[in-house]
Design a protein around this ligand. Sequence first.
Ligand SMILES: Nc1ncnc2c1ncn2[C@@H]1O[C@H](COP(=O)(O)OP(=O)(O)O)[C@@H](O)[C@H]1O
Ligand SMILES: [Mg+2]
Length: 316
Amino acid sequence: MSALLEVERLCAELPGGARVVDEVSFSVFAGRSLGLVGESGCGKTSAALAVMRLLPDGAVTRGSVKLSGESLLEAPEARIDELRGSQLSMIFQEPATALNPVLTVGSQIAEGLTVHQRLKPRAAAARAVELLSSVGIADAEVKARAYPHQLSGGMRQRALIAAALACAPRLLIADEPTTALDVTVQAQILSLLTGLKRERGLGLLLITHDLGVVSAACDDVAVMYAGRIVEQGPVAEVFSSPRHPYTAALLKARPSLQSRGHPLEALLGQVPPLGSRLEGCRFRPRCSRALEVCAVKVPHVGEGARRYECHHPVGT
Ligand SMILES: Nc1ncnc2c1ncn2[C@@H]1O[C@H](COP(=O)(O)OP(=O)(O)O)[C@@H](O)[C@H]1O
Ligand SMILES: [Mg+2]
């Protein structure tokens, strides 16, 4: 099975030279979802923006990003614009700012349709209502005429998903799509996304800091730490037998039924600040399993779908 999105050794430096994405490789397959997970500040959003070619001017990106075999990093700007309207779509992290407060929800969705699919205004407005209805918004006709502030957080997130689906993309990147929502609404949005994946064969890259979201909605997972993917594989395998101490620590730091009444085994310390140059494994200062060699280099263990970067993996 060839990948819909294939990212190889992607590096991104922000203007000023700080490297926020470091040799990142992962694949997203049609009809599957990959969770990109890690603490805040690990570079998840930056990696997605690099894929979309939306990093700020002056950022430098290297490596390879292929969508159905077509190189995105080398494509001319006009071609990227075309692909962003038709093949790949992203739901951005801040739902409050992603919708324009002075336009109705329906007209914002319709706008994309008139630009990218050259629909006439009336047809675009009708299609916008259909799209809102297809993401589970009851009374779509009424809601299309509403302004963003008149909708609940969950409804706004559904509207953003509808907007992202307007041009029937093959790949959807969703950056923390449920973080601002309460737990029941989170579950509804995740089941909407997994339904789209199943029914339309959409490839989904789901960015989250929440391992619960990954177990609920993802087939594969890539764990990111300080700009690198330190472990990846099928969710069931990675979560049942994590190899990288960072993955194990994240899993332990998660409240669960078993840990109720016991203090959480907290993950001590912080993600190293942006641009800090640390030789060897970047997790080493927080790692209880670190060896001397960890200060010198990182190993690449495993290949293909199941990989990790650790000299002293958990379970050995
Ligand atoms: N445009 C920017 N200018 C300066 N620093 C940035 C910018 N975007 C992100 N960063 C920094 O890059 C690092 C990675 O951020 P980000 O990709 O947002 O991580 P995540 O999504 O995992 O929280 C952080 O240290 C963040 O502060
Ligand atoms: Mg982010």
